[in-house]
Write a protein that binds this ligand. Sequence first.
Ligand code: NAD
Length: 484
Amino acid sequence: MIRSSAVHRGGSEDAAMSVVLCPIDGSVISEVDAMQEAQVSAAYDAAVAVMDDWRRTSAQERGRVLLRASAILHERAEEFGKIETLNTGKPLRDTSREAGRAAYAFEYYGGWADKVTGDTIPVPGQFHTYTRREPHGVAVGIIPWNVPYVFAAKKIAPALAFGNVSLLKPAEETPLTALMLRDVLAETGVPEGVVQVVTGGSLTGSALVNDPRADLIVFTGSDVTGKAIARAAASNLTPVALELGGKSPQVVFDDADLDTALSAVMLGIFGATGQMCIAGSRLLLHEDVYDTFMARLVERVQALRVGDPRVEGVQIGPQITSGQRDKTLMMIEGAIGEGARVAAAASLPTEPELEGGFFAPPTVFTEVSPSMTVMREEVFGPVLAVTRFRTEAEALDIAHQTDFGLAAGVWTSDMARAHRMAAELNVGTVWLNTYRVLSDQVPFGGVGLSGYGREGGNDAVGLYTRTKSVWTSLEPALPPGYGL
Ligand code: NAD
């Protein structure tokens, strides 16, 4: 079995490569450049060289290019989905939906391009004063391995729409769809240098974020890397947005539609094998429904079919990297060591051809306390910790016993309570009687260790542009009250 999820070959700087593996069986599917500092620097040279031309390209034309790209990406969604499944081990159902989301990102931001306006401000005196929203310049996007195609699209499309050029670094384990996307964009008329995919691992990423020519950094990944990037950005005063991890609670009250809540709890933690920043990894059950809900949950988890996601009927694929699989197994062992009880666990596949795959068992823990690691820290795998509560206040108190604040789900038929919870939860996104649904139309981001800055919706304009204020005197005179 191949243990390392990405292997660097030794040798000269130019020859450094990352091996790309299929997590379903551990086989090698590709090799891509692990770009060194000199190559990163050359990417900046190319980006800076075309930055002004792209900025001056009319907003209508930028929008049209993105809309053309969206049409092609919609047409080729199946092909992108298949490659994503091969590289991430997620079921085709998921990767096809994600391919649609990636294509839609270009549609959404293509529509935005010519709708960005400034303000005219009625200041007193002889002035005509207005603002312009201008691109930053070189927008660096760095993304993790869990939703590679969607994240590549969500970093590149807004950058381009608002007049920036894009340097995108995918995770070294999952670079394939980002590279395909780059090629589609070249076909649709994005000039050379405007979108570059910089491949490699943490050293490549570090070279990217430490370069003073980065005008904006938008990062999605772990809190540990987020802090390193914030430090690098601070050294050059580069603006940065950080979309980090989560430990999101799903809170189920006794008056909830329990059938839908149960399905959403399953989807929220076992979908994508738990590898979602928004995974609903903590379940808070009202004590009056605890026993019945748990009985049904245990039954559903024990029946889960884990295996090759390309096979009909398989619901859960492997973890995307061997490192993540090892982390999940370690967190499961750790939870048992801290005294949590395994209430349910699904079986791992036994087919010999999957022996090299990165599988971890979907697991549900009960008898957890808020101080346990499994209740506070992100697993990023199919591991759910369940606890009970009696009152709304107690549910909020438990929900807040983590440093993360990305998302939360609330299940209740009492709408006043639902909105009270939405107002009180210290997170970036709240789902009321639903979970996991996202759209480019809606801002997204976290609080606390889940990061800062918002992508998506109207907030994307604020992120990818900066305001310039222009004062014009309509009279040949100094402003009243000024003078030496
Ligand atoms: P990671 O932080 O290890 O890596 C993310 C990216 O950062 C990769 O491309 C990596 O090569 C790069 N990188 C690593 N070190 C770097 C450095 N020093 N400088 C610059 N770049 C560097 O994260 P991961 O393990 O790939 O992904 C899992 C994490 O991502 C989880 O914590 C998950 O919650 C988070 N995530 C967050 C969101 C969100 O929108 N909030 C979405 C998906 C995943």
